[in-house]
Write a protein that binds this ligand. Structure first.
Ligand SMILES: NC(=O)c1ccc[n+]([C@@H]2O[C@H](COP(=O)([O-])OP(=O)(O)OC[C@H]3O[C@@H](n4cnc5c(N)ncnc54)[C@H](OP(=O)(O)O)[C@@H]3O)[C@@H](O)[C@H]2O)c1
Length: 333
């Protein structure tokens, strides 16, 4: 591939939103590398996804120690592409990683102990070929480790200069409140909570959202497209090159149910009336009323990024549109 030169107008279309009460602004769209950056994926496609994203003003790239497959491979791939294409742009990029899920054998290869969290971060930095990440997350709550220990491991990463900010993911409302208090007392406020949120997954609205607002923590919504179900991908069957047809354990053929498809078809009707694709409406919906700082998307091809970036042209919803969507989701339409 030819040498990369970022597009000059890359900051013109994207909007940047203050993350909670921090000084950090995140793009309305962030790119996740959970899929499509593993060992079996073409690195040139990964490169074109990263280039296209950055050219559109997507400055935030989300990883975790275990993304691949095999686990660790997405950080390796990102590190390689960063070195060849983006090294000159490090100060224009937010790179995030996480620890918490199983990475190596034995009792220290997962969960939230100080031992596991800090060893994992060191391994991530090696794979990435970077001195620091911008955001280091606890990927999941670990009831077997005192929360003080996990949170102080995050704060220690910042003191060591290996992370600039810290975040948590998949924590419930009460655990989030306690984590925020501990982190504040350690002088390392919780920047962000990474939470599963889409029209098909609304648990965020049952208490967590309020805690995040009160604590001044930013919200990044992962899988806003319900892993592809809230797009046109499956409306006429399961394409051979789609996630559900592949090896992902998180969207299997049997998850593409007729009930979901029926709802998605009706939602597509609402999207069409708004002049959007279903995927664009799904992104706009999580970002509605500024509840969410950034929508954390996944893509398998560059055209999907172009489509999703178009969501920013039409973020507002009328009360009537929101009611129609709720009726469809609730099975009343
Ligand atoms: N913290 C956590 O525990 C956690 C958990 C899950 C995810 N995440 C983060 O969230 C990121 C996003 O997750 P996700 O990939 O599940 O998100 P998603 O945005 O809900 O789904 C992405 C999939 O939707 C399809 N798609 C995307 N844009 C499209 C478009 N314009 N038109 C049609 N189809 C489109 C693609 O499917 P095809 O591949 O079939 O083309 C793509 O792979 C991950 O990479 C990761 O960083 C975090």
């Amino acid at each position: 591939m030819t040498a990369y030169q970022a597009s000059e107008d890359r900051y013109e279309r994207m909007s940047y939103v203050r993350c909670g009460r921090s000084g950090l602004r995140l793009p309305a769209l962030s790119l996740g590398l959970w899929h499509n950056f593993g060992g079996g994926d073409a690195i040139d496609n990964g490169r074109s996804l990263l280039r296209r994203s950055f050219d559109l003003g997507i400055t935030h790239f989300d990883l975790a120690n275990n993304y691949g497959p095999p686990p660790g491979e997405a950080e390796e791939t990102f590190g390689r592409i960063w070195k060849s294409d983006f090294a000159a742009y490090r100060d224009e990029m937010i790179v995030a990683t996480k620890a918490g899920y199983r990475m190596w054998p034995g009792p220290y290869g997962e969960r939230g102990s100080r031992k596991s969290m800090l060893a994992s971060l060191d391994r991530s930095l090696m794979r990435l070929g970077m001195d620091y990440v911008d955001i280091f997350y606890s990927h999941r709550y670990d009831a077997e480790t005192p929360l003080e220990e996990t949170m102080s491991a995050l704060a220690q990463a910042v003191r060591q200069g290996k992370a600039l900010y810290v975040g948590i993911s998949n924590y419930g409302p009460e655990e989030t409140r306690r984590a925020a208090e501990i982190l504040r007392s350690l002088g390392t406020p919780c920047l962000i909570h990474q939470v599963h949120y889409s029209m098909y997954e609304r648990r965020l609205e049952q208490g967590l959202q309020q805690v995040l607002q009160e604590e001044g923590i930013g919200t990044i919504a992962y899988s806003p497209l319900a892993r592809g179900l809230l797009t046109n991908r499956y409306l006429n069957g399961i394409p051979a090159d789609s996630r559900a047809a592949g090896a992902s354990a998180f969207l299997r053929r049997e998850d593409v149910t007729e009930e979901k498809l029926e709802k998605s078809r009706k939602l597509q009707g609402v999207a069409e009336m708004r002049g959007q694709s279903l995927a664009q409406m799904a992104v706009a919906w999580v970002l509605r009323q500024s509840r969410v700082t950034s929508a954390l998307i996944g893509v398998s091809r560059a055209e999907q990024i172009d489509d999703l970036a178009g969501a920013l042209d039409q973020l507002a919803f009328s009360a009537d549109e929101l009611a129609q969507i709720d009726n469809i989701l609730g099975g009343k339409a």
